[in-house]
Design a protein around this ligand. Structure first.
Ligand code: SF4
Length: 331
């Protein structure tokens, strides 16, 4: 049953739901979590597949048709492809994608494709083995690249994007290798500015290497031409002037894209976040497990989304970093 489209108090229609299916991860990326990891959620605190499916179906009936599955690392959740298949079978899910660190992709690529995944983003912060290890605290680059290749064998998964978090005094040396990688492979490489969502709460503005700075490094070697921005897009995409592929820059700090934001997030423990940087969350797991009807849940969702933040305040004096870290929110 179709319901009224879900809108926020600024008139923006919500069309994109990011679902974190676990807070656990098999990597320890420096900009995300401490080497020892974080205290994981108890198993019972995590939404069951049926609960995720019910919320996705309900939001789908309210016009939220694009679903991205994230983590932590979603592929560490047991039987994850089964969840993908359940969501892919929902008539209101028009686009189903996954963000992964790629470590288990070689094992799961075929199962994910068979389950119905449409697009995949793979997070890779360096194409050099030692620097990859330095950033993720895992010697896993060869395995991740094998996973990417395994996924690349399935043309129905398109596009495949490679996301690299940009950090000052690290990513400058990755700009040309990644641009070369984007020119030689059918993957869309994007750089993402470092955001204040790290586990150590050590983020500072001077650690942000901006998209503009990276674009200048690449443009000096291979001239770039801008592509028109898609509605709700997070990335500024450029094509290589000589036709050898595209590359993108996601600049939430230096070039926020909040104006036409159509995204909301569901955390692994069942709270709704209306913005990546929300300081408030709305509990859905409680009402779900207390027997709330779909109409009850719809009202809770509408009230929460009506209060969706107009924009983030990362660049404003007095910005407060959310207590929940990126690993417990998902991309
Ligand atoms: S920071 Fe918040 S409002 Fe801005 S684009 Fe991200 S989720 Fe949307």
């Amino acid at each position: 049953m179709a319901r009224e489209p879900l809108r926020d108090g600024h008139g923006r229609a919500i069309g994109d739901l990011r679902v974190s299916v676990t807070d656990r991860c098999n990597f320890r990326c420096q900009y995300c979590m401490p080497a020892e990891g974080l205290p994981w959620l108890e198993r019972e605190a995590i939404l069951h597949f049926e609960e995720i499916e019910r919320l996705v179906a309900l939001l789908g009936s309210m016009g939220v048709h694009d679903i991205r599955l994230t983590g932590g690392e979603p592929l560490v959740r047991r039987e994850f492809p089964k969840l993908v298949a359940r969501l892919a079978a929902l008539e209101d899910v028009h686009d189903l994608s996954v963000t992964t660190n790629g470590f288990l992709l070689e094992r799961d690529a075929a199962a994910l494709v068979e389950a119905g995944v449409d697009r995949v983003n793979v997070s890779i912060d360096s194409l050099q083995r030692d620097r990859f290890y330095e950033m993720t605290r895992r010697d896993a680059l060869p395995q991740v690249l094998r996973g990417l290749e395994a996924l690349g064998a399935h043309p129905q998964v398109h596009p495949i994007k490679v996301n690299a978090v940009a950090l000052r005094d690290f990513t400058e040396d990755e700009a040309i290798p990644f641009a070369d990688f984007a020119r030689r492979h059918p993957y869309e490489v994007r750089f993402i500015e470092f955001m204040p969502l790290d586990g150590d709460h050590a983020w500072s503005r001077d650690q942000v290497l901006t998209g503009d700075e990276l674009r200048a490094i690449i443009h000096a070697r291979w001239p770039l031409e801008p592509e028109p921005r898609e509605p709700h897009a997070t990335a500024r995409v450029f094509r290589f002037a000589d036709g050898q592929g595209r590359i993108g820059f996601i600049n939430p700090v230096s070039e926020p894209f909040c104006g036409d934001c159509n995204r909301i997030r569901l955390t692994a423990d069942g709270t709704l976040r209306t913005c990546l940087f929300s300081l408030n969350e709305t509990d859905l797991r409680g009402p779900l497990r207390a027997g709330a009807s779909d109409d009850d849940l719809e009202q809770i969702l509408r009230d929460a989304v009506w209060r969706k933040e107009l924009k983030h305040h990362v660049n404003d004096p007095g910005f407060v970093q959310p207590t929940r870290t990126m690993s417990a929110i998902g991309g």
